[in-house]
Design a protein around this ligand. Sequence first.
Ligand SMILES: [Cu+2]
Length: 309
Amino acid sequence: MNFLQIFSGASNMVEGVDRSFVVIFGISLFFLIGITGVMVYFIIRYDKKRNPKATQIEGSNTLEIVWTVVPLVLVMVMFYYGYRGYAKMREVPDDAMNIKVIAYMWDWDFEYENGKVSKDLYLPIDKPIKLNLTSIDVVHSLYIPSFRVKEDAVPRKDNYLWFIPQMEGEYEVLCTEYCGLRHSFMGAKAIVMKQDNFNIWLADFTPVDSGTIKGLEILRANACIGCHSLDGSKLVGPSFQGLFGASRTVLVDGVEKSVIADEKYLIHSIKEPNAEVVKGYPANVMQSYTKLLTDEQITDVANYLKTLK
Ligand SMILES: [Cu+2]
């Protein structure tokens, strides 16, 4: 058996990626050891004691050719294995199942063809999957290490990746983008299951009320959730989770005041965010959305916030 054919794993992309990795790593390791060894030998063999008088060498055509041709061949070998793995990643089979991946600050939505939206990526085993990547705010980067796939999700640009899951189980999904507060918190699971179980999972959902979706979409499109989390974590501004109906201590012209976050308060805070700033948060960070959102959109947002218990 060819030693380069031993790779197999959670997806059909493992083989190509791991093979080129091992080839490149092997060549690098050989030269690391080889060059270090020769250097150490020269230091000892040609030190002042053993070789007191230096020799002038005029050059060697043979050596020049050897150390040009050998590295050229080696980098072409690396290119061959790298390109073979990469070419496969860009050729999606016609029968692939499409899943839309929507990246946003700071989470993923996986949207299936029947309209089901999931926070985790559920997949049937042994079926080609095409992930159509998009972002509604900043650049994100979807990475599933066990499947050896990684592609950027870029606003206003369509990108994709594909693979065939080959082993049942749960795998990590990460965002590898660096610049930004919470890309590293964008964790999700890829869950590979038998086709029958997947079909049951896919059919089981209730479409969400469209008014509520509208409010969430407005929050995302205006990057509100870059500063106000939906899960209770503290960012630049207070979290939206559990906000509606809660009691808040706010500062009005430097004076503390207790208010209840009812619908009137939510709408007022969107229109005049600096009139009543929640204690513990900086003032004059948020702008007024009076000119950016219509009254109807602000009501949609307030209605969505009411659902975040
Ligand atoms: Cu991200």
